[in-house]
Design a protein around this ligand. Sequence first.
Ligand code: KG4
Ligand code: ZN
Length: 345
Amino acid sequence: MYIIGIETSCDETAASIIRSEQKNDRILVLSNIISSQIEIHQKYGGVVPEVAAREHVLNILPVIDEALLKAKIKPNKIDLIAITKGPGLITSLISGIETVRALAYVWEKPIIEINHIEGHIYSNFINPASKISYPALILTVSGGHTNLVLMNKDKKLKIIGETLDDAAGEAYDKGAKMMGLGYPGGPVIAKLAGEYALSGKKTDISLPRPMLTSPNFNFSFSGLKTALLYQLQKDKNWKKRLNEYCFAYQEAIIDILVAKTIKAARKFKVKTIMLSGGVSANQALRDKLNKSVKEGLEEVNFLAPEKIYTTDNAAMIAAAAAFKIKHRPTRTFKQLRVDPNWPLK
Ligand code: KG4
Ligand code: ZN
């Protein structure tokens, strides 16, 4: 089956062609084109929805053309169009949805609606480094979402915990903004924190780990962000200790994510732990989770997507479609609908 995936839920315009082998669940990515708007939004310190939508409209057809060209595929060979229906910014989502409506009409192809978080989860099914056994636990950490989800052998998903306020990526982005580090915050905080870690020094900056020991699998990051703000306000020399603040802040975020994931893995006796979402590009998070799994859960497999599939991309949307097509009805161009708050279930 040849699937084209299209993703426009936030500030990346993306299209990808995959070939899925239904009998062995193998996914071959033939092209994965991403046009990022990061540089445009950087001057505003975050994503401006109207600007994002306008950029999607300009970029989407060239991105789709490039995806077809790179995959050496003509539209008549495509079996299915996969599109992100939600959740996301409504103005951004509509650009993708309306483009797909036109394509489905002209190409006479069926459409499958994909949830953006499903996409992140299925990024783990593209060239997995080891076997995925069930039940599996997935920690999704992105700019808009943070949740823990169980997947059973039929690939049914069940949310067991989520953030009550900010997402983990949002904590990075807002923390970076406070420290004047620009947007997006994750990569720059990760870099400076890494430099501090390499120095081998300890830190006496003490930040809280909200809900670390709460008797559930929910998260909360807004208190941590406020605690960072108070510490910066108290410390006249914080600019000279920037790397150390990034390190302490990142440690707090990672400690919470790892502790909750390990606790959930134990409780639900999972066989595989997977990471997904933009924050899963973070090497310190990967290393700490991997170490905790090795030390405490020897029988459990740990997987993370290839870094190119961690932040928003369309290969993950097409990959999710390869699995969802077995159960989810397809749509015609007339039936396609956007849903900016589409829940995972
Ligand atoms: O999945 P994604 O591309 O978009 C959403 O669905 O939200 O995630 C973007 C988020 C941003 O908050 C960004 O700061 C964060 O992922 N991020 C990182 C890293 N790379 C991106 N956070 C921590 N470390 C990174 N290396
Ligand atoms: Zn995302």
